[in-house]
Design a protein around this ligand. Structure first.
Ligand code: UDX
Length: 421
């Protein structure tokens, strides 16, 4: 089939590359001409394991990127993969969705070819029905178009693997024929396909992310108590996770969740609930536990080294998790803020995320390796679960004062303390 993908972010590029891998002809519509050039050159515009290999094979052949919407008119389906960033009040900003719908509609105007518009972006329940369908219909002047909602469940850094090996494919549609057409695009993937309505599909995405975020905050709350009782929360949650109703996943205690999805999606769900007269105390608590969690690192640090003024603190890990250079909502951000407010000098290292964090904190020292950050440091805070940190040992001897606090269970050396273990 011929597929258009609107938006060349980590969801759009991965979706496009994987659809090409499944044998479809794919056009990416991306407003950033630099990104278009990068993709057409077979270079991944973002760091995603396995993406480069797919682009090297398909770019310029089954997969072509451009800034214009023209190719949409020749495609059978278009997948909207643009961002829905948080607005100032926590609600989802749908301006990019609206713009994409208008442009899709305009290019389909006057056409006769069957076409299905599919929303893949994370949108509040009701968006496909109340915004996407009317906007595309008005811009195209057509009533014969199909519509569907097909949420993504991709983890940054593992998005290609998650796309090609999904636990499930969810397809929401008002018209069964439109849902059928979307199912056909996924032929070749071994996963159950769940058919439902568009609003249920939209809610499945939010409810999934909020549940995963809740598992993390729940684990951290249990961990904070376990530490006071001298119990290892990792042993506790290993026992809890053996219950198949719970599953062992997303029960790793630590500095909390970051990223461009969990914080944004839980906040949008809270806003949606409040707007509809609900009082989402549980979801607000998920966010409050997560807000407080990284600051425990600072409290432990002050307990261990006293006044932080003029102390050198090494921060190992800046990305919101390992395997990515993304620092959005990284738990390292509030920790560095608190260190600077306390007058500490920060020496930071991360295998990938230094260029991004330098935009946020240009005033701190960035190191080319852990050893450089640790040399002469009064303490060390580990904020990201990079596997390379598990091999650190002798490097801690370079510290002036060997106080090592980990916000992620990574280190295998002696003499460390965990945020809640
Ligand atoms: C998440 C969802 O997993 C994915 O399905 C959805 O489509 C997008 O949002 P992502 O944000 O890329 O994916 O990262 P994820 O791997 O889920 O981790 C999110 C955050 O939670 C990271 O900061 C990670 O360090 C933290 N985390 C994860 C924990 O603190 N404990 C855990 O057990 C798992």
């Amino acid at each position: 089939m011929r597929v258009s993908v609107i938006g060349g972010g980590y969801v759009g590029v991965v979706t496009a590359a994987c659809f090409a891998h499944l044998g479809h002809g794919v056009s990416i519509v991306e407003v950033d001409a630099g990104k278009v050039r990068t993709i057409n050159a077979g270079e991944p515009p973002i760091y995603e394991e396995g993406l480069e290999g797919l682009l090297k094979v398909h770019a310029g052949k089954k997969l072509v990127a451009g800034t214009e919407y023209g190719p949409v008119a020749d495609s059978d389906l278009s997948f909207i993969c643009v961002g829905t960033p948080p607005a100032w009040d926590g609600s989802a900003d749908l301006s990019y969705i609206t713009a994409a719908c208008r442009s899709i509609g305009e290019v389909l105007r006057g056409g006769k070819k069957a076409h299905t518009v599919v929303v893949k972006s994370t949108v509040p329940p009701g968006t496909t029905e109340n915004l996407v369908i009317p906007t595309v219909r008005e811009a195209s002047g057509r009533n014969d178009l199909g519509f569907a909602m097909n949420p993504e469940f991709l983890r940054e850094g593992r998005a290609v693997k998650d796309f090609l090996h999904p636990d499930r494919i969810v397809i929401g549609s008002t018209d069964p024929a439109a849902g059928e057409r979307v199912s056909k695009v996924y032929q070749g993937l071994d996963a159950p396909i769940m058919r439902t309505g568009t609003t249920a599909a939209e809610m499945i995405k939010y409810a999934s992310n909020a549940l995963l975020a809740m598992k993390i905050s729940y684990t951290n709350e249990i961990g904070n108590l376990c530490k006071r009782l001298g119990i290892d929360v990792y042993e506790v949650m290993q026992g809890v996770g053996l219950d198949r109703r719970v599953s062992p996943h997303f029960l790793n205690a630590g500095a909390g969740f970051g990223g461009s999805c969990f914080p944004k999606d839980v906040a949008a769900l809270i806003h949606l609930a409040e707007r509809h007269g609900e009082d989402p105390v549980l979801l607000r608590s998920v966010m409050e536990v997560n807000r407080r969690q990284p600051l425990r690192m600072i409290r432990i640090l002050k307990d261990r080294v006293g006044d932080l003024n003029s102390k050198k603190i090494a921060v190992l890990g800046l990305a919101f998790k390992d395997g990515t250079d993304d620092i959005r909502e990284s738990r390292a951000v509030p920790v560095i803020e608190a260190l600077l407010e306390s007058g500490a000098a920060v020496a930071a290292y991360d295998p990938l995320a230094v260029p991004n964090m330098r935009q946020v904190f240009p005033q701190i020292e960035y190191c080319t390796g852990a050893a450089e950050a640790l040399a002469g440091a009064d303490a060390c805070l580990l904020m990201t679960e990079w596997p390379e940190f598990s091999r650190l040992d002798g490097e801690f001897e370079l510290m002036k004062n060997r106080v090592v606090i980990e916000g992620r269970r990574v280190l295998s050396c002696d003499g460390k303390e965990g945020i809640c273990w």
